[in-house]
Design a protein around this ligand. Structure first.
Ligand SMILES: [Fe+2]
Length: 504
C-alpha cells in the first residue's frame, strides 16, 4: 500500500468509526446531568470551573497587583467551555466546545479576550439550539450522522503558534486557524490535499529552529499518523503506521533523532455495547505498555520496547545522548481510571476523587539493546501533572520542568492542583509555591527571559471570588510567590493547555 492509500484508508476508517458512534448514541437520557450539576453548584463553589460559558466572547482589562513584571507577550490558552447545549449537559470534561483565551501582557497589565472557536459543530448546534453530534464521552439523543472527524471537532485542548499563525487544537481532527488578535476563526487548516482531515494531536513538539513534529491516531483504522512540518509551515512528510491494538495517544516526545510513543494497554475494542468512543476502550493491566521509537529521518524505521502497564497523558521533554540512550520524563499514572471516573463525575457535580493521580517519572530507553526503565521523581503520595518546558530546549538536554502539584498532606476543599513546582529532573530537587485556599492552579508555562532569566506564567481560578487571575513568577524565585498578579473581573472555565508568544 502506498502512502496515499494508507492515508485514504485511515480517513475512510475514521469516518466509519464515527458512524458506529452515531448508531450507538440514540438512547441517552436528557437533562439529568444538567440538573444534578446545577443543584450541586451552590454547595461546591469550585464547580464554577465547569460551568458552561454563556457568552460567545468576553473581554476585559486588568492592572497588575504587585510590581509590573517587565514581561511582554501573549498567553493563548484553550479548554472545554461549552459544556451544555440546549439543556443537554455533556458527560465528560473533555467534551465541551473549545474557547480560546488571549492574555496580552504588558507593563500596564493584562488585556484579556476570550472567544469560542467557531467549529462546524459549534455553528451547527448553536443554529439548531440542541446537541447534534456524539462526542468523546457523551451519547447525544437523535444524533446526526458524522461523515468525517472534523464534523465533530471541538478544538478544545490546546493552542499552537507556528510560523506566525495561531491554531486551536483538538486531537482527532484538523487544527483550526485563528486570528491572533481577534481570535476570529479563519479556517480549518490543511497541510496538503492528501492529508486533509487527518488527525493532528494537541501536543505537537516544536524544536527551537521551528521544525514541528506531530502525530494523530485513527482508532478504527489502527493507524498512527505522523507529521513532519518545517518552520515555514510546509509539510515535509506524513505517514500512517499500523498500530494493533491501538489506544488514545495524547502526547509524545522527540529527541534529536527519534520520535517516542508510549502505547498503554487501553485497547480500542468497539463492540455492540460501546456507547461512546471513550467507553469503547478496555484497560488490560496484564499487558505491557508498548514503546514505539521512530526514526525522524525515515518513518518506516521503528523499534519496539516495553514498559509496565501505565497511563501517561503528558510528557515534559526528552533528549538522546551520544551513546543512544533516550531520557525523558512523564506524568505517569498506574492506570487511566481518572479519565473514566473523576473527569466524568465532575460533570454531574460529583467528586468522589475516583481515579488514580499521576506523578513524575524519569524514563531511560536504549533502542539498540531493548533497555527500558522508569524511576519515580516524586514520592508515592504526591501528584504531578501538566509538565511544561523551556521551549528553547525542546528535544534537547534539559534539567527543569514546571508542574502542577498539591501541598503534601494538605487536603483542599476543591481537590484540584493548588501548587506550582519547578522540578529538576536530574536531581529530583524541587521548588514550590502554593496558592491561597480557594484558588485552583492551571497549567503554568516556562517563559524565557533575557540572560538566563526566565518566568513562570499561569492562570488560577479564585472560585469563591468568581475571578480568574494571571500570575507571573520570577522563575528563579518561585517560592517567593508571584511578582505580579492580574485579576479578571470574571471566572473562566478551567482549561487545559496554552502557549506563550513573546514580543520581538
Ligand atoms: Fe494534554
Amino acid at each position: 500500500m502506498n502512502r496515499r492509500d494508507f492515508l485514504n484508508s485511515a480517513r475512510a476508517a475514521a469516518a466509519l468509526g464515527a458512524l458506529t458512534l452515531v448508531r450507538a448514541g440514540t438512547a441517552a437520557p436528557l437533562d439529568s446531568w444538567h440538573t444534578a450539576f446545577h443543584e450541586a453548584l451552590p454547595g461546591k463553589p469550585w464547580l464554577t470551573g465547569y460551568r458552561t460559558m454563556a457568552r460567545e466572547q468576553l473581554q476585559a482589562k486588568a492592572t497588575w497587583h504587585g510590581k509590573a513584571p517587565g514581561l511582554r507577550g501573549t498567553l493563548y490558552r484553550n479548554g472545554p467551555a461549552g459544556h451544555e447545549v440546549g439543556g443537554f449537559r455533556y458527560r465528560h470534561w473533555f467534551d465541551g466546545d473549545g474557547m480560546v483565551q488571549r492574555f496580552a501582557v504588558s507593563e500596564d497589565g493584562v488585556a484579556h479576550l476570550g472567544r469560542f472557536v467557531r467549529t462546524h459543530k459549534r455553528v451547527a448546534e448553536s443554529g439548531a439550539g440542541r446537541a447534534l453530534y456524539p462526542t468523546f464521552g457523551s451519547r447525544v439523543p437523535n444524533a446526526n450522522p458524522v461523515t468525517k472527524a472534523d464534523v465533530v471537532n471541538t478544538a478544545n485542548i490546546s493552542t499552537l503558534i507556528h510560523n506566525g499563525e495561531l491554531y486551536a487544537l483538538w486531537e482527532a481532527g484538523s487544527p483550526h486557524r485563528l486570528d491572533p488578535a481577534t481570535l476570529e476563526t479563519l479556517s480549518v487548516h490543511s497541510y496538503s490535499p492528501q492529508t486533509q482531515g487527518l488527525p493532528f494531536s494537541a501536543h505537537p513538539r516544536v524544536e527551537a529552529d521551528g521544525t514541528l513534529w506531530n502525530f494523530g491516531y485513527v482508532s478504527a483504522a489502527k493507524r498512527l499518523v505522523l507529521w513532519h512540518i518545517d518552520a515555514a509551515g510546509t509539510l515535509v512528510k506524513a505517514a500512517a503506521l499500523p498500530i494493533d491494538p491501538i489506544t488514545m495517544i495524547h502526547d509524545f516526545v522527540v529527541t534529536r533523532r527519534h520520535l517516542v510513543f508510549l502505547i498503554p494497554p487501553l485497547h480500542f475494542e468497539p463492540g455492540a455495547s460501546s456507547a461512546t468512543f471513550l467507553q469503547a476502550h478496555r484497560w488490560h493491566p496484564e499487558h505491557p505498555t508498548r514503546v514505539l521509537v521512530v526514526d525522524k529521518n525515515d518513518f518506516s524505521r521503528t523499534t519496539w520496547l516495553e514498559l509496565p502497564a501505565q497511563w501517561v497523558f503528558h510528557f515534559g521533554n526528552a533528549w538522546e545522548d551520544k551513546d543512544g540512550f533516550i531520557r525523558f520524563d512523564g506524568a505517569r499514572a498506574p492506570d487511566p481510571s481518572i479519565m473514566f471516573g473523576r473527569f466524568r463525575d465532575i460533570m454531574r457535580g460529583q467528586d468522589n476523587g475516583a481515579g488514580a493521580p499521576a506523578r513524575s517519572f524519569n524514563y531511560v530507553l536504549h533502542p539498540a539493546t531493548g533497555y527500558a526503565t522508569e524511576e519515580p521523581l516524586m514520592a508515592a503520595h504526591e501528584a504531578g501533572e501538566f509538565p511544561t518546558i523551556d521551549p528553547r530546549v525542546s528535544g534537547r538536554q534539559y534539567r527543569h520542568v514546571a508542574l502542577l502539584t498539591t501541598q503534601p498532606g494538605q487536603e483542599t476543599e476543591h481537590g484540584h492542583f493548588d501548587t506550582v513546582m519547578l522540578l529538576d529532573v536530574t536531581s529530583g530537587h524541587s521548588v514550590r509555591y502554593t496558592y491561597p485556599a480557594h484558588e485552583i492552579a492551571e497549567e503554568h508555562l516556562i517563559v524565557p527571559g533575557d540572560g538566563g532569566r526566565f518566568w513562570l506564567v499561569g492562570t488560577t481560578l479564585a472560585y469563591r471570588e468568581e475571578k480568574t487571575r494571571l500570575n507571573v513568577f520570577d522563575g528563579k524565585r518561585l517560592a517567593d510567590g508571584p511578582v505580579a498578579i492580574a485579576t479578571l473581573p470574571y471566572p473562566l472555565p478551567l482549561g487545559l493547555h496554552g502557549k506563550w508568544q513573546g514580543v520581538g
